[in-house]
Design a protein around this ligand. Structure first.
Ligand SMILES: Nc1ncnc2c1ncn2[C@@H]1O[C@H](COP(=O)(O)OP(=O)(O)OP(=O)(O)O)[C@@H](O)[C@H]1O
Ligand SMILES: [Mg+2]
Length: 457
């Protein structure tokens, strides 16, 4: 199974986002450090200037008037240490802390020179420059620990990182829901394909964004090709059946004539078999032709009109009475008092009713009953053909509608196409057929439901 589009998109977005965030974290740290350095370096120079302002030269002796309170002001905060040195050009310590490493004298001038160094495992930032004194140019060096600088750097980096983390989470959530929304047209195409009946090869009409439209167009091209192929096949079967009808009828006539002319019983028996075979063949061809005409694509042969189901079914029932009498089957017909109108092809409905009633009479043992009922209820007009014969096993309810399928052990002769024709008529009328057992749990009940025709005034 392929990974889902959503997961792939998330992954593809996550990789650049994380790399971008790694880059910008380094950048944020770098910017934070630079910012902290420029702020605190300026303050360090100010502190150095303050120390210089307190340097006194008394009879050639250099002193710095720096009480403890002033020193703590120069420190700026209580998390860092502050040190200073006043040096003579020769490197002699004139005042201040002696443990500070001395700057490189040759690089010094009036401009502040900054540097980092380590003192007893502590990192310090120092600035040094020369300043004129009464007799000579002296050197001032001040240094402070870097705790506050580091805190500021970390704060800046953390703020940038936190906002980036929130941004990534928001982007991922947006993609998660955005993809679902973006893919919803696909779900609509899927629903449009799923909702159609298997034989429906008409074009899909989905008004979707251009990306999906090309998929729908490709599907439509395939459907068009398929429906052309199916149409050709149907035409072929219909033509073949049509072409076979005349010669089969001719064969039937000749075999009947041969039976009449036959002198001995043996020949008559053989010719009777031949006659029966030709009759069966004629029935199969007739059914195939009917099937081809009933299929949803064969709209040219369908004549739709407003039909009263009562009258069509009662006429068909009347034609089945001789069979019922011969089979010793009681035939009941219940119609509605009002006309049961549907919009349908009368010959298709005739064929449907004829096949259902014929089956019930044929497969119900002698002495049984076949009940035919037309009913109108809640906008639905139904034809129910019910018998008390052997019924249809539950697991066969779908298969009996397949072409040429007959229940195993069916003794009566038949082609196995009757219910396939019924199914085609049902689907070409957008009707519904339900197969169940009779009310007593015995026998078979075939119920076809049509939409009741309503006249618009
Ligand atoms: N009312 C019924 N009671 C029991 N079995 C039935 C009934 N109707 C149909 N069947 C079973 O379903 C099978 C398919 O029926 P279908 O009408 O399609 O074909 P057929 O009757 O065998 O042949 P024909 O094409 O001549 O109608 C039948 O062979 C039969 O086994
Ligand atoms: Mg049948």
């Amino acid at each position: 199974m392929k990974r889902s589009i959503r997961k792939q998109l998330l992954l593809w977005l996550l990789i650049p986002l994380l790399s971008l965030s790694a880059f910008s974290s380094v950048g944020a740290f770098y910017i934070g450090e630079n910012l902290a350095r420029s702020i605190y370096d300026r303050e360090l120079v100010n502190s150095a200037d303050s120390v210089v302002a307190r340097v006194k030269n008394q009879d050639g002796k250099i002193t710095v008037d720096l009480p403890v309170a002033a020193l703590s002001i120069l420190r700026h905060n209580n998390r860092d240490e502050f040190y200073f040195q006043i040096l003579s050009p020769s490197g002699q310590l004139l005042a201040g802390h002696n443990f500070l490493p001395q700057p490189k004298f040759e690089q010094l001038n009036l401009n502040p020179q900054f540097r980092f160094f380590k003192l007893k495992e502590r990192q310090l930032r120092a600035v040094a420059f020369t300043f004129p004194n009464a007799t000579d140019n002296l050197i001032i060096q001040v240094a402070e620990t870097r705790n506050t600088r580091k805190e500021l750097t970390h704060q800046i980096a953390f703020t940038v990182l936190a906002s980036q983390f929130i941004l990534i989470i928001c982007a991922l959530i947006a993609v998660w829901f955005g993809v679902r929304r973006g893919l919803s047209p696909l779900a609509r195409v899927e629903a449009a394909v799923n909702s159609r009946s298997p034989g429906d090869l008409s074009m899909l009409e989905v008004n979707e964004p251009s990306e999906i439209k090309s998929l729908v167009n490709a599907l439509n091209n395939l459907l068009k090709q398929l429906s052309d192929d199916v149409e050709m096949q149907k035409r072929f079967i219909a033509n073949a059946a049509h072409q076979l009808r005349t010669p089969i009828a001719g064969l039937g006539t000749y075999s009947a004539l041969a039976r009449k002319l036959a002198k001995d019983d043996e020949s008559k028996e053989v010719l009777a078999e031949l006659d029966a075979g030709i009759a069966r063949m004629g029935k199969v061809v007739g059914r195939l032709l009917m099937l081809a005409r009933s299929e949803p694509g064969a709209s040219s042969t369908r004549q739709m009109s407003v039909v009263d189901l009562n009258s069509v079914v009662s006429e068909v029932t009347a034609t089945k009475v001789p069979d019922a009498i011969q089979q010793k089957i009681e035939l009941e017909f219940h119609s509605t008092s009002e006309p049961a109108l549907i919009y349908a092809d009368p010959s298709g409905i005739e064929e449907l009713a004829s096949n259902l009633i014929e089956n019930s009479i044929l497969y119900t043992p002698s002495g049984g009953t076949v009940m035919i009922e037309v009913a109108v209820r809640n906008g639905t007009t139904t034809l129910n053909v019910e018998d008390n014969g052997p019924g249809i096993p539950h697991e066969e309810k779908e298969r009996i509608f397949e072409r040429f399928y007959r229940l195993p052990g069916t003794e009566k002769s038949g082609t196995g196409l009757g219910l396939a024709i019924v199914k085609e008529v049902v689907s070409s009328h957008k009707a519904k057929i339900d197969v169940s057992s009779g009310p007593s749990g015995q026998g078979a009940s075939f119920k076809v439901s049509f939409a009741t025709f309503k006249r618009t005034l």
